[in-house]
Design a protein around this ligand. Sequence first.
Ligand SMILES: [Zn+2]
Length: 301
Amino acid sequence: MKKKYLFVFVMLLVVTFAGMGLTSLYVQRTGGQEKEEKISIVTSFYPMYIAALNVVGDTDTVKLTNLSEPQTGCLHDFQLTPEDMKLLSTADVFVINGGGIEAFMEEVAASYPSLQIVEACEGIALLQEEDEENAHAWMSVADYEKQVENIAKGLAEADPAHEKQYQSNAKDYCGRLEDLKERQQAVFAAARGQNVILFHEAYAYVAEDYGLSVSYVMDLDEERQVSAGEVSEVLSAVKKDHVKYILAEKRYGKSMGDTIEKESDARVIYLDPLNRGDYEKDSYLDGMSENIRLLEQDFGA
Ligand SMILES: [Zn+2]
């Protein structure tokens, strides 16, 4: 009898341990993925998405989503849709440019008081444009680098388990931005002090990077009518300040650019404001590299 009890006892132990082993295997196989909770990071618009994409890298516990579409451009007049609000309601972190470009932030803060906001422009001395902040800071490579660092810092605070990854990805990315800054130095040396006219507010940051002096700004950031008065203001600024170059965006500035080129000796350089494009990791690097190439070509750097 005793042997029988021992046998039953041993069998029970075997069954129990086997069961425990299988259970833990089951948890590892099926529960493992879900166990490491995903963090949902939402970015406001294109340049923030590209910066965050580089900071996140292949951290697979992150779900990165852009609020606007890749072709939306700046969010100056952007209205949040019910879907946008729904997306934000599931977000842990919201990465914004700041400086007022996301005009809907009051609404977001009121609706989701616990949503962590990472403001990429934090600590960046923004340029002023007629009493208003000009927040297109990503157009300066140096400022964009700070934005990348701010995003890495913000994500590390929100998700400390992956701090090392965020910081090392940001460091790699900033290393590549440093290569662009080196190329900028040659343009800076050739162009600094020259008078330019801007057909896009964002290009005030381009002027800053190259030490250009801005004679006149006409903001063609969207489709709009240009008055005859504005045309003559541009032409008189060209004449008065001996402006050789105008920086414009082809999408909204081409017809004005053609007019000015016809009426004066100024030349228009069409740059990419990098506020829309495809969701490729290197799109900022490629776009800014092309901008630098165009400036090198015209300023003879
Ligand atoms: Zn803009």
